[in-house]
Design a protein around this ligand. Structure first.
Ligand SMILES: [Zn+2]
Length: 390
């Protein structure tokens, strides 16, 4: 068992957290004070490049700063004013959401914040503001913050295979984890002190919950793949604001893109994130081995070749998502190109490690500057060859 294996062994054997029994006063009064006493800072006060799609949001600090920045995003998008969101309630809500995330390598609070940051950038775009109504936009931001609450660092198939308590609750409906994330969200909102939607009419409240349910369920990649042809048809037809199906499909696409937005960051960041993702996958693989099962290649630290896996994931899921998105929102072409640059580096790294027979077990080699230099050199060579052919 290596240094990553042991810490996550009991993750899925726990019963679901029941937030209803968690009293809100477990939130430290000084945290609420910190978030309510000052004027809400502008997003760029966290970093001058905060309002850029290329920005790596995790770089602004840790969990508490992410809560402050989330507050700032609510204000910048005008939600605090439009929906008369009470500052203390919003602060308690955000702190409860933060607490709802577990300390797993990838599906943690920093992932939720990074996803919400990308969504925030999308919601600032005039084209998105025109395409969706304000309740839909509010639902998207809140859904992003909550979409992985209480994730255990294991997949839906693991829940089913191991017959976890969550699988017993939700297996008949599919998307086991996503149903749990939504249920946890509702539990937090049902605490009076955390109900940021208290000023909404009954009808608006129901609408927001319906949207959030759909959006959070859309984060199951299996669900995305089942309806990707419908999203693609919408892109071909062109977005029609009068078409309610288009509203639903567009919200799902924005959510999926935000959830996968790490793939669009420059390679040095994408590598850091890949390491976190595979630390989580390999922990699951270790657990499966201990249970006497054989993990799939992606989860097996002895078999998985990360550059190869990343390339496959990008080609089958992420690239088509951002291709469709940038056709609907042409301002995202730059983001798409950054992603394709990152893809090129994964592809080249896969070639280099395969040709040179370099060991790809574990994750250490991803940090090798020697390997990185080789990759960059290879890309340079390929570019000059292409130039010469032209
Ligand atoms: Zn996620």
């Amino acid at each position: 068992m290596d240094r990553y294996g042991s810490a996550f062994l009991d993750l899925d054997l726990d019963p679901p957290h029941i937030h209803l029994t968690t009293p809100w006063f477990q939130i430290a009064p000084e945290d609420i004070l910190r978030l309510t006493v000052r004027e809400i800072p502008h997003p760029t006060s966290f970093h001058p490049d905060f309002c850029s799609f290329d920005f790596f949001p995790r770089s602004i600090g840790g969990g508490d700063i992410y809560v402050e920045a989330s507050l700032s995003m609510f204000k910048e998008l005008g939600f605090i004013e439009t929906y008369r969101l009470r500052r203390r309630t919003l602060a308690r809500f955000l702190l409860m959401v933060q607490k709802g995330y577990r300390d797993v390598p990838y599906h943690n609070w920093s992932h939720a914040f990074a996803v919400s940051h990308f969504c925030f950038m999308l919601l600032k775009m005039p084209a998105v503001q025109h395409a969706l109504n304000e309740l839909e936009r509010l639902s998207l931001l809140v859904a992003c913050l909550c979409h992985d609450i209480d994730h255990r660092g294991t997949t839906n198939s693991f829940q089913l295979q191991s017959k976890t308590p969550l699988a017993q609750l939700y297996s008949s409906e599919g998307s086991v984890l996503e149903r749990h994330h939504f249920a946890q969200t509702v539990s937090i909102l049902s605490m009076e002190e955390c109900n940021i939607f208290e000023q909404l009419t009954r009808k608006q409240y129901q609408t927001v919950l319906d949207h959030m349910r759909e959006i959070i369920l859309a984060t199951d990649i299996a669900a995305h793949l089942r309806k990707v042809h419908k999203i693609s048809a919408m892109v071909e037809e062109g977005y029609d604001r009068e078409n309610t199906d288009h509203h639903y499909l567009f919200m799902c696409l924005l959510m999926t893109a935000s959830d996968l937005s790490d793939q669009t960051k420059p390679f040095k960041y994408a590598k850091v994130i890949a390491e976190n993702i595979y630390r989580e996958f390999f922990s699951q693989g270790d657990l499966e081995k201990q249970m006497g099962n054989r993990p799939i290649e992606m989860m097996d630290r002895e078999k998985a070749c990360v550059p190869k896996m990343q390339l496959e994931f990008m080609d089958t899921v992420a690239v088509p998502v951002f291709d469709m998105l940038s056709r609907l929102l042409p301002d995202l072409r730059g983001t798409y190109h950054t992603m394709m640059n990152t893809r090129e580096r994964w592809a080249t790294m896969k070639d280099v490690v395969t040709e040179e027979g370099l060991p790809t077990g574990g994750l250490e080699y991803l940090r090798s500057t020697h390997l990185e230099e080789k990759v960059e050199r290879r890309i340079e060579e390929q570019r000059s060859c292409a130039e010469m052919v032209r």
